[in-house]
Ligand binder design. Structure first.
Ligand code: NAD
Length: 502
């Protein structure tokens, strides 16, 4: 960790003020292409977490009663501010996370779409009414906010994923405590500044930084009502169990091993382009990255073409024009991915393309790994069993589509998948039989737009309801069911009725 006082510090956001933490525990935020220390991020103290939650609780008293139009208008303003600051946001994101500037704009844009959705909250947070459920009796529901909600986010989408969470939580009338990834908190903080500028009142949005201790404090805190988590399966499972034990609502979107099936009738050039983009874009650090391709039948002859396509991608710093593959987020990530490639070789997979130690002129210290392709991968190998989270594609073979479907359904993860084919019947069979949350048909691999919700099967998701879309309105609200009868002035009361009735 660096101690120089010339390095800026990342602030906490409590009760509408950006404040310096009093902690002794700090980490560096590092540019992954250069190793330059960009900022220092505090691991908040227990007292600071309590203050953030207390500020959310205080603000909830008035925020929950703020008219729906007033809440919606803040998000109309917020989406405009994000658009106006798009270039700056993308530049901050690329500096601390590594992805290309174009991809960083995509990261912000996919979050911006959720902000636009939050601006339409008036049409989303609607109850139901049934007239005359008994004579003179109506029943209706209210979707009321829960209170202080919290979000814990990963490093790979530091704009999009915080924006999956706090806009919808706040638009539905809750207040929020966000714990961004400690690896790249700067763009998240800029987004929070813009949220305040758009009119989010003091205490409605709070931010604390930190690692496991802060996450555990959020899970345990008696005044936090719901926790949204996005990150690895190991940490998400821990968060789900711990926060559920403490009586909270919890939704956890977690790890992935996304397979694509390629049938021999697929459009070859389009398919290869899509496979290379989805496997190696963002250096494979997407929960929707394509990490396994299953070539069915004669499509197995396409491996040399896939390798040739991957070789056209340019590895360089995200700020350089024409870059396709930026660096991995940290030196630790570089060591882990390099170690897994080494294990793949040792365990007998065929290294068709070795992306280790690429030469990147001007960025010799960067955490770069170029596109890497293994063929002959089997289910037992570490490169198949683990989520590599780097630009490494495992190629497997299947004789039939059903064999490929069985392979995918047997994998513990169920985040995303895709099929490439010209056959509507094959695609429909795939869509019916596959047990995976996000399914692409000639689309690799789709993050749903905010009219829908992100989802996941098996080890990729815990909790019933997904982030954003209709589901999150249910997640961030408590349904209250009201049954009412109004007596007429002249109505005569009958005898006391002790049977179950309305
Ligand atoms: P991570 O699980 O290491 O970290 C996520 C959050 O948990 C961070 O805020 C981190 O500070 C915190 N954390 C880390 N270790 C912890 C611990 N031991 N106890 C408590 N909290 C802890 O994930 P990451 O490396 O930042 O992100 C990559 C992972 O996220 C991948 O597995 C990826 O598939 C997954 N992801 C999933 C989705 C999805 O929607 N399913 C989206 C993006 C990323």
């Amino acid at each position: 960790m660096t101690t120089s006082s010339s390095i800026p510090t990342v602030k906490l956001l409590i009760d509408g003020e950006f404040i310096e933490s009093t902690t002794q525990d700090w980490r560096d935020v590092v540019n992954p292409a250069t190793q330059e220390v960009l900022a220092r991020v505090p691991f908040a103290t227990a007292e600071e977490i309590d203050r953030a939650v207390a500020s959310g609780q205080k603000a909830f008293k008035t925020w929950r009663k703020t008219p729906i139009g007033a809440r919606a208008r803040i998000f109309l303003k917020y989406q405009q501010l994000i658009r106006e600051n798009m270039k700056e946001l993308a530049a901050i994101l690329t500096a601390e996370q590594g992805k290309t500037l174009a991809d960083a704009e995509g990261d912000v844009f996919r979050g911006l779409e959720v902000v636009e959705h939050a601006a339409g909250i008036g049409n989303l947070q609607l109850g139901e009414l049934a007239n005359n459920v008994a004579a003179g009796v109506d029943t209706y529901t209210l979707l009321q906010p829960l209170g202080v909600c919290a979000g814990i986010t990963p490093f790979n989408f530091p704009a999009m994923i915080p924006l999956w969470m706090f806009p919808m939580a706040i638009a539905t009338g809750n207040t929020f405590v966000l714990k961004p990834s400690e690896q790249d908190p700067m763009v998240t903080m800029r987004l929070c500044e813009l949220a305040l500028e758009a009119g989010v009142p003091p205490g409605v949005l709070n931010v604390v930084h930190g690692g496991p201790d802060v996450v555990n404090a959020i899970c345990d805190h008696p005044d936090i009502k719901a926790v949204s988590f996005v990150g690895s399966t190991k940490v998400g499972t821990h968060v789900y169990n711990r926060a559920s034990q403490a009586g909270k609502r919890v939704q956890c979107m977690m790890g992935a091993k996304n397979h694509a099936i390629v049938l021999p009738d697929a459009h070859k050039e389009q398919t290869l382009n899509n496979l290379a983009g989805a496997a190696f874009g963002a250096a494979g650090q997407r929960c929707m990255a394509l990490s396994v391709v299953v070539l069915v039948g004669e499509a197995q002859a396409w491996i040399p073409d896939l390798v040739a396509k991957a070789q056209t991608l340019k590895v360089n710093a995200g700020v350089e024009a024409g870059t396709d593959v930026g660096p991995l987020v940290s030196c630790a990530a570089l060591d882990r991915v390099s170690g897994l490639i080494e294990r793949g070789v040792r365990e007998g997979a065929k290294l068709e393309l070795d992306g280790r130690n690429p030469s990147v002129s001007g960025y010799e210290k960067g955490n770069f790994v170029g596109p890497t392709i293994f063929s002959g991968v089997t289910r037992e190998m570490s490169i198949y069993q683990e989520e590599i989270f780097g630009p490494v594609l495992c190629v497997m073979a299947a004789a039939t589509m059903d064999e490929a479907i069985a392979l995918i359904n047997a994998n513990p993860n169920g985040n995303g998948t895709a099929i490439f084919t010209r056959s509507g019947a094959a695609a429909r069979h795939f869509q019916e039989e596959i047990d995976v949350g996000q399914v692409g048909i000639n689309v690799p691999i789709p993050v749903p737009v905010p009219m829908f919700s992100f989802t996941g099967s098996r080890a990729s998701k815990l909790g019933d309801l997904g982030p954003y879309g209709k589901q999150v309105v249910q997640f961030y609200t408590q349904t209250k069911t009201i049954t009412e009868r109004w007596f007429d002035e002249n109505e005569v009361g009958g005898p006391v009725n002790t049977t179950i009735n309305l």
